[in-house]
Ligand binder design. Structure first.
Ligand code: NAG
Ligand code: NAG
Ligand code: NAG
Ligand code: NAG
Ligand code: NAG
Ligand code: NAG
Ligand code: NAG
Ligand code: NAG
Length: 554
């Protein structure tokens, strides 16, 4: 079932000494503790429900479901963690899954309380709404990479972070499996970032369940190929074991069989069907015994906190926690369950699996989108655009999305050979426009500018009050200026434009507060990010951008 997505400001990169937890690592398709024993996740979802967002048509058309529009950061309140820890201990869990945190808050107290109790955290790094890859219109962009890295920077010092999930149910139906390359690119870039800061945390993904061919295709796709881009810990959100069920009735035998050749550890990233109450949690014993334990390494029961649709195991009134009978039964099951300590760690090695072919269940290329390069995108924003999105609009992701569609329609209708392929991409064919990696507001300024350059008069750069002409001294005055500036950005040169036309002398250019001027002073992003190398594709795309911009030269 679904939920949430998850988080902020760099803190010390030095891990704090662990009080209680053993380091968990992956070897082959299993998890092991530092004594070499197999490790099983016996967890519970630990995220108070946020407000549900209004369902958008695009989301609904993509098999979406109501998603939260806001969140409470459960690891930011020492009082709440202190309140809850006796109950988490009573539940016999060794892990919590947290879906959304705010990286600018302090998490020291909660993380210490959990660590002292021997509880690991599986942390989703995405956030609600624009803080996740959009399944209806996927892209892998600088702003998301930045958000995920801020969260990792905020949590890297804690020894009990087991994994960072880079997405939850982003891919929701066979029809939107074209989103998979973007999720996998996120995994690749987050893995590279973790290696660059010497973190051993695993990179996870939590998949929606579904029909077998879809479920298996996505799992194989996300875990195949070069270790630099595979998911380390693959989660399946599964609600098929309902009431007093069995391996056959719940499909767990088929599911286990379908995942048996997955080469990384898997787990049930959510479980706990409520359609045949009471919840007996007999699936716990099945999960931690062969044959399921040959494939899965435990799971996360849903949910500690109450939810509007009835998944909660507690009710909370201020500082008082009341547990229900689901809680009591789960506690007994977790208390009894110890998975088999086999196979031995020494028998395991990481192996690369062959990637599945594209099919009706998998519209996903193995040609992943490039690593988002903030230097290039910021350089473009500072130097290559003649019509800029206003600040207020830039801060409104819904408006930005709507305006990108409007501007791209206008460009198409204008009948020139400039179109939005420059900012667009296609995860089935593996074609990625050179600006597809930039944040939505930068894409919008590109589209505004491309339209404005077709007819550079003030009314072409208004968009109902959402745009302003770039009046900066260095602003490109012609499409040729814009092309030179953009080529320089992709070539890694500084954002200096040599105007090919004489400086414009408009009466209002002296204000000094245009968006371009202010953004031109923005400082480059953190050094750590700079260690993510610019992929070779960047060199190729210079030509593409040049062609597009050049096409509007009259
Ligand atoms: C994170 O917390 C800060 C400080 O309280 C707040 O200003 C900001 O809005 C929060 N961010 C999110 C995404 O909730
Ligand atoms: C999402 O939009 C908010 C403004 O509503 C903005 O502050 C935030 O940075 C955006 N997040 C990302 C990842 O772009
Ligand atoms: C995996 O990818 C890395 C980085 O792209 C590359 O250096 C390495 O050669 C690849 N390994 C294999 C086995 O293809
Ligand atoms: C802490 O718990 C109280 C009482 O349930 C709740 O109102 C508050 O939102 C919680 N704080 C966080 C950060 O989850
Ligand atoms: C836990 O194990 C004990 C002893 O084997 C057994 O009597 C009890 O029924 C088990 N409880 C559950 C919930 O399976
Ligand atoms: C990607 O390209 C293919 C082939 O041209 C097309 O059929 C498909 O609709 C495109 N997908 C998206 C999401 O635009
Ligand atoms: C900006 O564009 C949106 C979407 O088309 C429109 O609703 C709005 O009126 C425009 N103007 C401003 C100032 O937001
Ligand atoms: C636009 O936002 C930037 C920071 O993002 C700020 O420095 C600048 O003053 C804003 N410009 C206007 C016109 O509000």
């Amino acid at each position: 079932m679904r939920f949430l997505r998850a988080l902020t400001v760099a803190a010390s990169l030095v891990p704090l000494a662990s009080a209680a937890v053993s380091k968990i690592s992956r070897s082959g398709k299993y998890l092991y503790d530092d004594a070499g024993s197999r490790f099983y996740i016996k967890g519970v979802a630990y995220q108070p429900q946020g407000e549900l967002a209004v369902e958008s048509e695009a989301n609904e058309a993509n098999g979406g479901f109501p998603e939260p529009s806001s969140f409470y950061d459960p690891l930011s309140s020492e009082a709440n963690c202190t309140r809850d820890i006796p109950y988490l201990k009573q539940l016999n869990v060794n892990a919590v899954r947290v879906y959304s945190v705010n990286s600018s808050l302090n998490h020291d107290a909660c993380m210490k309380i959990l660590d002292d109790a021997g509880i690991y955290v599986l942390l989703d790094v995405s956030l609600p709404l624009n803080g996740s890859i959009d399944r209806a219109s996927p892209s892998w962009t600088t702003n998301l990479l930045d958000e995920y890295i801020r969260t990792i920077d905020a949590f890297n010092k804690y020894p009990n972070v087991l994994a960072y999930n880079i997405g939850n149910e982003v891919i929701s139906t066979p029809a939107n499996t074209y989103a998979a390359p973007y999720v996998k690119a996120a995994a690749r870039d987050i893995k590279a970032y973790l290696r660059s800061i010497s973190s051993n945390a695993l990179v996870g993904y939590a998949a929606v369940d579904g029909e077998a061919s879809f479920r298996n295709a996505v799992a194989h796709y996300m875990t195949c190929g070069n270790d630099t881009e595979t998911i380390d810990l693959y989660g399946l959100n599964n609600y098929q074991w309902c009431g007093d069920s069995s391996l056959a009735e719940s499909n767990w035998n088929t599911i286990t069989q379908g995942f048996s050749d997955i080469t990384v550890p898997t787990y049930m990233s959510e479980f706990g069907c409520i359609t045949s109450p009471p919840r007996l949690w007999t699936e716990v014993a099945a999960l931690l015994a062969t044959p399921v334990s040959d494939v899965f390494s435990g799971g996360i029961a849903f949910s500690y906190f109450p939810t509007s649709d009835g998944y909660g195991m507690t009710t909370i009134d201020g500082n008082t926690v009341t547990t229900n009978s689901d809680f009591t039964r789960l506690s007994a099951q977790y208390g009894n369950a110890t998975g088999p300590n086999s196979p031995a760690m020494s028998s395991q090695q990481n192996t690369a699996a062959t990637c599945p072919q594209e099919s009706a269940s998998l519209l996903a290329t193995t040609n992943l989108p490039p690593t988002p390069n903030p230097d290039v995108c910021n350089c473009l924003d500072n130097s290559a655009f003649s019509c800029l999105v206003n600040n207020a609009t830039a801060n409104d992701p819904v408006k930005v999305g709507a305006l990108i569609n409007i501007a791209c329609d206008l460009l198409a209708q204008a009948g020139s050979n400039v179109d939005c392929t420059t900012i667009g991409s296609n995860g089935t064919t593996g074609t990625y426009g050179p600006l597809a990696m930039c944040s939505p507001d930068i894409k919008l300024s590109w589209a505004f500018s491309a339209y404005y350059m077709l007819n550079p008069v003030a009314t072409s750069c208004d968009f109902s009050g959402n745009a302003t002409r770039n009046e900066g001294a260095d602003a490109p005055k012609t499409a040729q200026d814009a092309k030179i500036a953009a080529d320089n950005c992709f070539a890694g040169k500084s954002a200096v434009v040599t105007p090919t036309s004489s400086p414009q002398s408009t009466g209002d250019s002296g204000g000094g507060n245009s968006p371009s001027q202010s953004s031109a002073t923005a400082t480059p992003k953190s050094d750590a990010r700079a260690t993510l190398s610019l992929p070779p594709t960047a060199a190729i795309v210079i030509g593409v951008l040049g062609l597009v911009a050049g096409a509007v030269v009259v």
